[in-house]
Design a protein around this ligand. Structure first.
Ligand SMILES: *[C@@H]1O[C@H](CO)[C@@H](O)[C@H](O)[C@H]1NC(C)=O
Ligand SMILES: *[C@@H]1O[C@H](CO)[C@@H](O)[C@H](O)[C@H]1NC(C)=O
Ligand SMILES: *[C@@H]1O[C@H](CO)[C@@H](O)[C@H](O)[C@H]1NC(C)=O
Ligand SMILES: *[C@@H]1O[C@H](CO)[C@@H](O)[C@H](O)[C@H]1NC(C)=O
Ligand SMILES: *[C@@H]1O[C@H](CO)[C@@H](O)[C@H](O)[C@H]1NC(C)=O
Ligand SMILES: *[C@@H]1O[C@H](CO)[C@@H](O)[C@H](O)[C@H]1NC(C)=O
Ligand SMILES: *[C@@H]1O[C@H](CO)[C@@H](O)[C@H](O)[C@H]1NC(C)=O
Ligand SMILES: *[C@@H]1O[C@H](CO)[C@@H](O)[C@H](O)[C@H]1NC(C)=O
Ligand SMILES: *[C@@H]1O[C@H](CO)[C@@H](O)[C@H](O)[C@H]1NC(C)=O
Length: 302
């Protein structure tokens, strides 16, 4: 009844707001989200009351035209505790979701139906459970940051469907299994951090030809296998593979295949053989860490 009353007030009390069913659904979805927040020590949601139109609530961003619908929700760093309710799936025009650096727990909400989602920042919370395969339905997703949570299970096998993805950070979770074979389909990805999980198996060969990759951080997993001769990553600036079980020799053309490399971090693996002479051709290198391997021979003059 309170909600019905509130809706009436919203519809008739705010002259310039055209009240349609879509809007009341948005309001209900946000009120449900607020219900999921159990502790709000800084009163970050104090403006979230029905005497104010929800487009003026702190952290709520609306479309610029009628019917005003929620296009963004940004409550980063507000010390919120609770669970992220599945009601968010009713915010059909949601494009930016930034709830990073709070204390949200429980599972990821089912965001799979939100076709316009562009950015998901849920990093630095305490979310657990798995990354749902349905998330790969968000075909417009460009930024996905879930780092520093307690997510477990595998990286969705269909992740390759996120063809617009540019920024991916799943580091510091408890993810298991392999880097999915579809991963190299993410041809737009320029930033990829999967470090500090429990990923195993070999790195898909195609990943070494992802031509837009600028930073690739796969350290602190249990990845095995080798770096293939077919590597070709002209934009790669940072490569972190430390603390894995990667091995054999580095390809002889390595330095030519990564001409933009600035940081090369390979410590704590099982690499052997000579340091390739071509490494000297990666003339931007500022940091090289090859410690804790089985390299032999001389450091090349190059
Ligand atoms: C609702 O939010 C407005 C804006 O922050 C505030 O001025 C008002 O006191 C709030 N009303 C209630 C009942 O909390
Ligand atoms: C959310 O707001 C913060 C500032 O409070 C800003 O730095 C951040 O970029 C915003 N997030 C998104 C996704 O725009
Ligand atoms: C979405 O809205 C419909 C009504 O419009 C409601 O029945 C449904 O429970 C809502 N879904 C969630 C997950 O809150
Ligand atoms: C999303 O993907 C899942 C499986 O990946 C599928 O079952 C579902 O029908 C898709 N659509 C929506 C709207 O979630
Ligand atoms: C990956 O890309 C290839 C060729 O571009 C395509 O045939 C395949 O269906 C894609 N797979 C996935 C899971 O995206
Ligand atoms: C990670 O998952 C394993 C089971 O796969 C579990 O035993 C372990 O406690 C988890 N670690 C954390 C930090 O959640
Ligand atoms: C490696 O990852 C584990 C969790 O899987 C974490 O506890 C540990 O601090 C990480 N170590 C380093 C050196 O990053
Ligand atoms: C490496 O990739 C670039 C495009 O990113 C391509 O132009 C070039 O021919 C490739 N080089 C080799 C040796 O495959
Ligand atoms: C270094 O680059 C030059 C110019 O591209 C090439 O001729 C040379 O063979 C490369 N050195 C090695 C060891 O690959």
């Amino acid at each position: 009844m309170l909600i019905q009353l509130a809706l009436l007030l919203l519809c008739y009390g705010v002259g310039n707001v055209h009240c349609v069913h879509g809007n009341s659904k948005e309001l209900q979805s946000l009120l449900d989200f607020k219900q999921g927040v159990t502790t709000d020590p800084n009163r970050a949601l104090s403006s979230w009351n029905t005497s104010v139109h929800y487009c003026r609530w702190s952290g709520v961003i609306c479309t610029p035209t009628q019917p005003w619908q929620v296009s963004g929700l940004n409550l980063t760093g507000k010390s919120l505790v609770g669970e992220i309710t599945s009601s968010l799936v009713n915010l059909t025009l949601l494009s930016q979701l930034d709830l990073s650096s709070n204390s949200f727990s429980g599972q990821l909400p089912p965001l799979g139906g939100l076709q316009l989602l562009h950015t998901i920042y849920l990093n630095d919370n305490s979310l657990d459970g798995t990354i749902p395969d349905a998330l790969t339905n968000c075909s417009n997703l460009v930024n996905l940051d879930l780092h520093n949570n307690k997510l477990s299970g595998v990286i969705p096998p269909k992740i390759g469907l996120l063809s617009n993805l540019d920024y991916l950070d799943l580091s510091r979770n408890n993810l298991t299994g392999v880097i999915p074979p579809t991963f190299p389909n993410l041809t737009h990805v320029s930033f990829c951090k999967l470090k500090s999980n429990q990923l195993e198996g070999s790195i898909p060969d195609g990943l070494w030809q992802m031509s837009n990759m600028g930073q690739l951080s796969l350290g602190n997993n249990t990845l095995s296998g080798e770096i293939p001769q077919t590597i070709n990553m002209s934009r790669l600036q940072i490569l972190g593979l430390e603390l894995n079980r990667l091995g054999k020799t580095l390809p002889s053309n390595f330095g030519n295949a990564v001409p933009s490399l600035i940081r090369l971090i390979l410590d704590g693996n099982m690499f052997e053989g000579h340091i390739p002479v071509s490494l000297g051709n990666a003339s931007s290198l500022e940091l090289i860490d090859l410690s804790g391997n089985h390299f032999t021979g001389q450091i090349p003059a190059s």
